[in-house]
Design a protein. Structure first.
Length: 318
């Protein structure tokens, strides 16, 4: 048993090493991954890191500027809002809400989209036509506008906003999964599994789906950033997270009247959204580049032989 598991572990380890080699070739992707990791850790340990509670008010220190500006205080590093709440603490806790919203949206839309895309690509016929026409109808309406309509029907709130945004993201996963499924259906391993007696469910979820996951994961990563943006947009419009929940879009909406008198109350939540979305997009670009670089076994073997020959002969042209 150990003899069987050891080669499998070695192959997986080699695959991870190759993936990291191509991913780390992009320095911007690595920088984005580091910053995103810091944001995730900040969200997880928000209760420990934040100096004050997100709803704790210091009325006597309302609209205090950041610590490095004249009139600022060290205990309120990024200043306070109209109610005397510490902006740094609210941004830290807001990262938890924004990341949670992005994760829920991506998981929900990816789960539904992959399931429907597999069925559409595998079954074909009227089932495929019905699913794809529904998806085309959803995509015909601008995503944020459709989300606004759905939230207006369901009612304002962070949960309803996440559901509405997930519905608007589902068609992209359906179309991507269907296209990948149609490509994989013509592979020899699918025919071999069918001849071996595998049923439709096993063919779809065991044979085909794992080979379609690479582009789906990349799409999910890129959708993660736009989900944070759309959640913030709905929160700014008053249709997403409701006060006093410290979501980044809600923070901007609460303080938009202070944009001239206390600009830091709007600027810093906006900067947090900018940096988080930028880091996620950089990671997504790195994943896309790493996944796109593929070599056949014969090409990989030839490249490895050439590399070993170059090392042995110390050929400078290599």
């Amino acid at each position: 048993m150990n003899n069987i598991s050891t080669p499998v572990t070695s192959i997986r380890s080699q695959q991870w090493k190759e993936f990291w080699f191509y991913f780390s070739a992009s320095k911007s992707a690595v920088a984005g991954l580091v910053f995103l990791t810091l944001v995730i850790l900040m969200a997880i340990f928000a209760d420990v890191i934040s100096p004050h509670g997100p709803a704790e008010q210091f009325r006597e220190y309302a609209k205090i500027p950041p610590a490095w500006m004249e009139g600022g205080q060290a205990q309120f590093f990024l200043g306070t809002d109209y109610a005397g709440r510490d902006m740094w603490s609210r941004i830290i806790h807001g990262s938890r809400m924004s990341l949670l919203a992005g994760i829920v949206v991506v998981v929900l839309s990816m789960s539904i989209g992959v399931f429907l895309g597999l069925i559409a690509g595998y079954r074909g016929g009227w089932v495929e036509t019905l699913i794809m026409r529904v998806m085309d109808t959803i995509m015909a309406v601008p995503g944020l506008l459709l989300a606004l309509v759905l939230v207006a029907i369901l009612g304002p709130g962070l949960l309803n906003a996440m559901v509405a945004i997930a519905i608007t993201y589902t068609p992209s996963f359906v179309r991507l999964t269907r296209a990948s499924t149609l490509t994989e259906l013509n592979r020899d391993y699918v025919s071999a599994s069918r001849v071996a007696g595998a049923g439709p469910a096993r063919l779809m979820f065991i044979s085909i789906l794992p080979n379609c996951m690479a582009p789906i994961i990349v799409q999910g990563t890129l959708s993660f950033s736009t989900a944070i943006l759309d959640t913030a947009a709905l929160g700014f419009l008053g249709m997403g997270a409701q006060a006093p929940i410290p979501e980044w879009g809600t923070l901007i909406a609460e303080n938009r009247d202070l944009i001239l008198n206390a600009p830091w109350t709007v600027t810093f939540p906006g900067v947090a959204i900018l940096l988080a979305v930028l880091s996620i997009n950089l990671v997504g670009d790195g994943l896309r580049d790493a996944v796109a670089i593929k070599m056949t076994p014969s090409q990989l073997e030839t490249a490895q032989k050439l590399a070993r020959e170059c090392v042995r002969k110390k050929y400078k042209g290599c």
